[in-house]
Write a new protein. Structure first.
Length: 244
């Protein structure tokens, strides 16, 4: 369930939006509402909701000034306005979406979907970051048995950089630039690798966590010590959680 904060200088507008959101009660919980922008800023300095619904036309401090004064920006912002000319400016000010008053139920539902996708993406990044930090505090060495070309190869975990899918085949990339083509799907190869040190970050890639030197959260990539750049799928939230 999404926890939302609502800010609007008009109490009737707050009541109206609260009523609309209550119809999505299975998805949204309103944890605070404010008609005073300064009080809202004080609250958001100490609390991080899943989303913020913010009115543009407010006295003393308008919505755009409010965003500039936000110290904690770890949540998506939805602009609410009666003037559609604010739409482009709202998006340029890092708002995830805008809603035109009076707010339409279908538009609000679409906005909730956008918020969920935004939060899922960032949650995934946060989880992977914790996984990498946790992994780098451990020392793991296990032999991995690979059956290829009629022979068994016994590899150390540290020899493998990553594995890439190619349909019904997989390519194992090793230290030193060596490649091994395996007649196995990536899922099968992944089952051979120790889960403590290998992680499927994309439908087409499994990486050795010990070989990662950078995690580019904004771009959605990991960079290996070999300088290979591997994408992190935005749709792999469940896989990240399974690893934990």
């Amino acid at each position: 369930m999404l926890e939302a904060v609502l800010v609007d200088d008009e109490s009737k507008a707050l009541e109206s939006l609260s009523w609309e959101l209550s119809n999505l009660s299975d998805e949204v919980k309103i944890i605070a509402t404010f008609t005073d922008a300064h009080e809202a800023l004080g609250y958001l300095e100490k609390n991080t909701p899943d989303c913020l619904f913010l009115d543009i036309e407010m006295p003393v401090m308008d919505g755009f000034q409010f965003i500039k004064n936000l110290k904690n920006k770890d949540f998506p912002v939805v602009i609410t306005t009666a003037y559609n000319q604010y739409a482009l400016k709202a998006l340029k000010n890092e708002a995830i979406d805008y809603l035109l008053k009076p707010i339409d139920s279908d538009d609000l539902s679409d906005t909730i979907t956008k918020i969920k996708k935004f939060n899922d993406k960032n949650y995934t990044a946060e989880r992977l970051e914790k996984i990498l930090i946790n992994f780098n505090s451990k020392s793991l060495q296990k032999k991995i048995t690979i059956n290829t070309d009629g022979k068994l190869l016994f590899l150390e975990s540290e020899e493998i950089l990553y594995v890439e899918s190619d349909g019904n085949y997989s390519t194992l990339y090793l230290e030193g630039g060596q490649k091994l083509l395996l007649t196995k799907k990536l899922k099968e190869v992944n089952q051979l690798l120790p889960s403590e040190s290998f992680f499927r970050i994309h439908n087409s890639f499994v990486v050795n966590l010990g070989k990662i030197k950078e995690f580019l959260k904004t771009d959605g990539y990991v960079v290996l010590k070999s300088n290979h750049k591997i994408p992190v799928s935005r749709q792999k939230k469940s896989d990240f959680l399974d690893l934990l």
